[in-house]
Design a protein around this ligand. Structure first.
Ligand SMILES: *[C@@H]1O[C@H](CO)[C@@H](O)[C@H](O)[C@H]1NC(C)=O
Ligand SMILES: *[C@@H]1O[C@H](CO)[C@@H](O)[C@H](O)[C@H]1NC(C)=O
Ligand SMILES: [Zn+2]
Length: 453
């Protein structure tokens, strides 16, 4: 009987405990919901600042970042390496400031927009019914800049203290080459004093469930070729006209492009591993008031190409191809590079970061992403250019990583958006990475090899 009486009380106690648990769970959920909605709202505020090239509102962006830094108790500094183009530097001091630091870099500018082609205005940061946040910069790369800060906010709240110092840099002008931002910053004394050991910078969205990480970049070779020939009547068939000479080059370049592209299409190579060639201008013809003169074969014709060269490509062979096949002097052609970068660091080595288990920073990133429930594709060469190249050129490891899975690649496109759940997941991923990086001390290998430099 005794036993039974006790048993009859059990449901009551059970319900009381359950109620208590539920209400504390509810309080926690409410708190979590509030936290999430303020994280989203801070992201929207940053997106609403018009930092579009060619006239970015850098002061407003800098003020906003500085105000966030204040709420996080981070040390802050604003440095104009080029006048009117502020770099905002934030510092979370580590317990062991002698260890090389972590640098989390992001750019504050965004590319221009054609507003009328957007379904929601590009600086409104409107969230639609599916939770997609529409704004220029939502992918490239205001998301990452804010995710760094939100991850630090969460880590601080949880009582985490970094061993290594963590720096954040918010730099201007990435979209116009970085000459007013990351380039002078990476070469400055300010930067040297920061004793940076690893840099994180932007990557790309991934349409599938796997995040993408980038360990190097292709280098731009901007080539203009020019063909010369004797002018003549448009009805006459004769050899060596400027147009014919140029067309032979175009045929050859087109074949090369198709072959490179085929290896991407077949899956044999990633986009960043091949040499891409795209024609970006064609300039020929004799102008007339109504367009072009139709019965004259012109004496000159020109074309321009955006060529992107992977770090391990054979530069000499490509140059030879250009000289012998794409613009041979024997065909009365000349060529000129508007830009030609070899992607080498200050030691003359290819500016790539080792992305395998021999680099602890890579292993730590891989593990941290996994720990946060994310999946990572095999590391890639970034198909275009980012500010990361300036840090790699200083001989530093730099990894490009924007945690956006299940997201169409819309950078520089109309209707750029990022889903809010994906954005929040990215904060969790960065929380995990920053925690791993800032705690990492068993570093004899990397810290020593850096001393040798
Ligand atoms: C944003 O700034 C650019 C100048 O860089 C300007 O052309 C554009 O109209 C601005 N957009 C809005 C919505 O204010
Ligand atoms: C190149 O130009 C020279 C001089 O105008 C001409 O004699 C020759 O036929 C041209 N060759 C070609 C391949 O166009
Ligand atoms: Zn970018």
């Amino acid at each position: 009987m005794k036993g039974r009486a006790r048993e009859s009380h059990r449901p009551l106690i059970f319900f009381a405990v359950l109620l208590a648990l539920l209400s504390s769970f509810e309080a926690l959920t409410v708190e979590l919901d509030e936290e999430r909605s303020s994280e989203i709202s801070r992201f929207q505020q940053y997106l609403q600042i018009n930092t579009s090239q060619p006239n970015p509102n850098y002061q407003e962006a800098a003020d906003f970042i500085l105000s966030l830094a204040k709420t996080l108790n981070l040390e802050s500094e604003k440095v104009d390496f080029v006048s009117g183009k502020p770099v905002v530097l934030l510092k979370w001091p580590g317990k062991n400031p002698t260890l090389p630091s972590i640098l989390l870099n992001s750019h504050t500018d965004v590319v221009t927009t054609e507003d009328h082609k957007w379904i929601h205005p590009p600086f409104l940061a409107h969230i639609n019914s599916e939770g997609n946040i529409f704004a220029r910069g939502s992918q490239d790369m205001k998301c990452v800049g804010m995710q760094y800060l939100e991850a630090i906010r969460r880590l601080k709240k949880a009582g985490f203290e970094p061993t290594r110092t963590v720096y954040l840099s918010f730099v201007p002008d990435e979209e116009i080459g970085g000459h007013g931002g990351a380039e002078p910053f990476s070469q400055s004394d300010t930067f040297k004093k920061m004793n940076v050991g690893i840099v994180l910078d932007e990557g790309l969205a991934s349409p599938d469930e796997n995040y993408r990480a980038f360990y190097g970049e292709r280098s731009p070779w901007w080539l203009a070729i020019k063909a010369f020939g004797s002018p003549g009547h448009g009805a006459r068939l004769y050899d060596n006209t400027a147009m014919e000479n140029l067309l032979k080059s175009l045929e050859s370049i087109r074949r090369f492009r198709a072959a490179q592209f085929d290896t991407v299409k077949s899956g044999a190579k990633e986009e960043g591993e091949v040499i891409s060639v795209n024609m970006v201008f064609l300039k020929a013809g004799t102008p007339s008031p109504s367009g072009f003169v139709m019965n004259v074969q012109p004496s000159q014709a020109e074309a321009g190409f955006d060529i992107r060269v992977p770090p391990n490509a054979l530069h000499d062979l490509l140059e030879q191809k250009i000289m012998e096949e794409w613009a041979p002097s024997s065909r009365n052609m000349t060529f000129e590079f508007k830009q030609k970068n070899f992607g080498r660091d200050v030691f003359g080595k290819p500016a790539v970061t080792v992305a395998d288990n021999s680099n602890p920073w890579w292993t730590l990133l891989e593990e941290a992403v996994k720990k946060a429930g994310g999946k990572l594709r095999k590391p890639e060469i970034f198909p275009a250019s980012t500010d990361a190249r300036y840090f790699r050129e200083q001989g530093l490891p730099a990894i490009g990583f924007s945690p956006m899975a299940n997201t169409p690649i819309l950078l520089h496109d109309h209707n750029e958006f990022l889903n809010q759940e994906e954005y929040l997941k990215g904060i969790t991923v960065y929380e995990s990475i920053i925690e791993a990086y800032a705690s990492f001390v068993d570093s004899t290998a990397i810290d020593a090899s850096k001393d040798e430099l």
